[in-house]
Design a protein. Structure first.
Length: 504
């Protein structure tokens, strides 16, 4: 018999490694705490206790995020994770969206009779996956993080077990997302086969002729792997033609979940998308630029045109989100520091205005109304002027009207494309934005200019939802009027990531 020799590689994890993932560790501890509270807190107080604890966990994680911003970039766990300012910036966006989703949840949970401990545990678990994905610098960690956030969202999408539509949403999301994950994993495997590494920095050096054969850049394995990864990423961020799941899942999932995933999934996946393509694969831009260009144009056109026919608010916002993914692709196609900065700032703005747009659905559902049908908003101005006025601001911002933040975000994305010489992308973006004005303003017209079809009570906005409305309004208006400070933060985050990849 031949003796089996097993060699072990010593693994030394230091305090610095754990410090680099401190925000993620805080949220992960919150997941465990939710499960404990779900067992020991009496049912009568469970919703209030778990909601307050979730907000506290998010606040503590945000404090850790601010600490990492000042501490500077650090590579952790043998180069698989980074705490550079680009990752930290997106961590802050994810935590902000999670806090807003928690504020929207109590009234919805009370009506739907969810188990709050399970609900918040899954919400925080998905946030952990998103934060890990934003800072992942290895294909292995990126895929594991993607699966963590996806598995949590599968369950959350079908969490309302008494509604067949919710069960359908969860199953569709699970089935189609599994196929997309397979494409992404296979693409990563082929890129690894071509370059010999799963580390993004090593792949970048390899494709620039450092440490690899000169033929790597023309390898068929690399070319096919890039195509498969584009498919996997495109599905996760609802890019045409991989968008068909989005309206059904958004419509069927509980409204706080839809609001949360509509922003955070895109933010986390786009952060990884940019890190992989605009930086790690920057040496072979010719391999993937054409794909991004075509997907951007198709996404902007299809998302806006199909939104014109929607009568359901969730489906309208789903197609709106598809269109906005196209605008972000325009900035990504620019492949310049200005374009990447536009992406980071766009997601900060998108968090406020898109989650704000979902508030109207959540509040009306908590009052026993059919919150997702646009026709039910008739006369909302007369019975709930605060909610109608806030929703109008969010619609104007999504459409890109100045002086809202949505205008400045689109301006940055399109100007980056023009500066990079891709004027055609900016022209298509502006024209499709003009199309979007119709369906956004249609919601405003229904609320302000059409009488009620039946007598309805105005209803009070829940206290937590009022805080969410105030925060989203402040962000939507404030970032439009005084965007400079946060735009500078976005610029600093991109500069930090460029330094990680050794770019000037």
């Amino acid at each position: 018999m031949i003796p089996l020799i097993v060699t072990t590689i010593p693994i030394h994890v230091t305090a610095a490694d754990y410090g680099a993932v401190l925000p993620e560790l805080v949220v992960a501890a919150g997941v465990l705490l939710m499960l404990i509270l779900d067992v020991f807190v009496p049912r009568a107080q469970r919703l209030q206790v778990t909601t307050a604890t979730s907000l506290l966990v998010i606040l503590l994680s945000f404090a850790a995020t601010l600490h990492l911003w000042t501490a500077g970039s650090a590579s952790a766990f043998y180069g698989t994770m980074t705490s550079d300012r680009f990752a930290v910036f997106f961590d802050a966006i994810i935590l902000l969206a999670a806090a807003l989703a928690v504020l929207l949840s109590p009234s919805y949970i009370a009506v739907s009779e969810f188990d709050p401990g399970e609900f918040y545990a899954l919400l925080l678990a998905s946030a952990v996956g998103m934060m890990l994905m934003a800072g992942g610098t290895s294909f292995m960690l990126l895929f594991l993080a993607l699966e963590l956030l996806s598995l949590s969202l599968y369950i959350l999408s079908g969490f309302e077990r008494s509604r067949p539509r919710s069960q359908e949403a969860g199953f569709k999301y699970f089935l189609l997302s599994s196929f997309a994950s397979s494409f992404l994993l296979y693409g990563m495997a082929l890129v690894y086969g071509a370059t010999g590494s799963t580390q993004l920095r090593v792949i970048n050096f390899c494709l620039h002729g450092l440490g690899c054969a000169s033929t790597v850049a023309s390898s068929p394995l690399l070319f096919v792997g890039i195509g498969l990864m584009v498919v996997g990423f495109a599905f996760k961020v609802s890019i045409v033609p991989f968008h068909m799941w989005t309206p059904d899942v958004y419509e069927g999932a509980p409204t706080p979940v839809t609001a949360f995933m509509s922003v955070t999934t895109k933010a986390a996946v786009f952060a990884a998308f940019v890190r992989v393509f605009n930086f790690s694969l920057s040496g072979v831009e010719s391999h993937w630029y054409g794909l991004i260009w075509a997907l951007a144009i198709a996404t902007m056109i299809v998302g806006n045109v199909l939104a014109l026919t929607q009568t359901n608010m969730k489906r309208l916002l789903a197609y709106s989100g598809i269109a906005h993914a196209g605008y972000i692709l325009v900035a990504m196609a620019a492949n310049t520091p200005a374009g990447i900065t536009a992406i980071a700032f766009y997601f900060l703005v998108y968090t406020f205005m898109n989650i704000g747009a979902f508030i109207i659905v959540s509040v009306l559902e908590s009052q026993g109304e059919t919150g997702d049908e646009i026709s039910t908003y008739r006369g909302l101005w007369q019975r709930n002027p605060e909610l109608a006025g806030a929703t109008a601001v969010f619609m104007f911002s999504l459409a890109g009207f100045p002086p809202t933040a949505g205008f400045f975000a689109k301006y940055l994305a399109f100007s980056a494309a023009v500066q990079a010489g891709h004027t055609e992308l900016a022209i298509v973006g502006v024209l499709t934005s003009l199309i979007s004005i119709f369906y956004y303003l249609r919601v405003v017209v229904v609320m302000f200019m059409q009488p009620e079809g039946a007598e309805k009570q105005g209803g009070l906005i829940p206290a937590a939802a009022q805080w969410a409305i105030g925060a989203t309004l402040a962000g939507t208006i404030g970032l439009g009027i005084i965007p400079t400070g946060f735009f500078n933060y976005a610029t600093q985050s991109v500069d930090a990531m460029r330094a990680v990849f050794g770019l000037p």
